[in-house]
Design a protein around this ligand. Structure first.
Ligand code: SF4
Length: 318
């Protein structure tokens, strides 16, 4: 059984300018102990998907349809109190720019202790011991729990954030652009740490990134999102070796290729569309070099082209 199953999720924002269809009917699943990557340009709906799973969509946003099944139960049918019990304890999240989320006037250890005490009925001393153990687990000397955030480097702050996300022994960790502000070497160290913890703690991870190299290093399966929809979904090896959707190919070509260092990255021409008035038919058609009349009129749906590799493009599998 999947740990998390998202079915036909639709999250819209009702703004004065119109309805923003940020997430428009996406489905995917994450099995226990597996890492799933959600990739795409910024504004495609990745973070909104994460916030929907966490139950953190705020006005004027609303989940208008779909199911979010976690450990066999639909989170969208839970009360606020029930969700509070699941959020952070069973599913935790590392937010974009999270390393700047530490309060500068409190010691790092105290902030982890507060997160632990919010969900666990243990003494402050026990929580402090646990915070020290968590810091040790992410490669930080436990004595540094007494330090203030400004005494930590960027990489250490991000490690401490990971420790905080693990403080209540979650089953699933959602990491939204967890390495974006870090230099390449520290980025690799943080990803290696996440991989190591995933194995050790049998964690499931949902990794959100615009950077495909980050997803390629970490994930077992990948979905590529474009303008609120998933356009391709497969295991990571198939998707990176043999991408099928023109947008996935463009996205992969827009990053340096370590297997072919002589090849220059090429950006995808044009801009992602407005999600208030997305183009009819295939939403990628204004930027697609292969677009036909059918693409401009008929929306393509995800089709299994074999081996659980799904693609939404009229040119493929139809
Ligand atoms: S459906 Fe048409 S426009 Fe869309 S990606 Fe495929 S070929 Fe391009």
């Amino acid at each position: 059984m999947s740990l998390l199953e998202v079915n036909n999720l639709k999250t819209y924002f009702y703004t004065l300018r119109g309805v923003v269809r940020a997430v428009d009917g996406i489905s995917f699943h994450i099995d226990e102990g597996m890492a799933f990557g959600l990739a795409g340009e910024s504004g495609c709906g990745k973070s909104t998907t994460a916030l929907s799973i966490m139950g953190l969509i705020k006005d004027p946003g609303k989940i208008v349809d779909g199911e979010i099944i976690f450990e066999g139960e639909d989170l969208l049918k839970k009360t606020k109190e029930e969700l509070n019990q699941i959020r952070w304890k069973r599913i935790s999240m590392i937010f974009q720019g999270a390393m700047n989320a530490f309060n500068p006037v409190h010691r790092v250890g105290d902030q982890i202790v507060e997160a632990i005490l919010y969900h666990e009925n243990i003494s402050r001393e026990e929580a402090w011991e646990k915070a020290e153990k968590l810091l040790e687990m992410v490669g930080i000397d436990p004595s540094r729990a007494k330090n203030y955030p400004h005494e930590f480097s960027g990489g250490m702050k991000q490690r401490a954030m990971i420790a905080m996300a693990l403080s209540c022994n979650p089953k699933l960790v959602i990491a939204d652009e967890p390495t974006t502000a870090l230099d390449v070497i520290v980025q690799k160290q943080v990803l290696d740490l996440m991989k190591e913890l995933q194995k050790k703690l049998k964690l499931s991870i949902m990794l959100i990134s615009h950077d495909l190299s980050v997803i390629a290093q970490m994930c077992d399966s990948v979905a590529i999102m474009y303008a609120g929809k998933i356009v391709e979904y497969a295991d990571a090896i198939s998707l990176f070796k043999e991408p099928q959707h023109p947008y996935s190919k463009g996205l992969i070509n827009s990053f340096p290729n370590i297997l072919n260092p002589g090849k220059k990255p090429e950006s995808i021409p044009g801009q992602p569309p407005s999600l208030i008035n997305p183009p009819p038919g295939c939403r990628f058609h204004p930027r697609c070099p292969f677009a036909t009349d059918k693409c401009r009129e008929v929306e393509p749906h995800l089709v299994n082209i074999g081996n659980k590799h799904f693609v939404a493009c009229h040119l493929i599998g139809g």
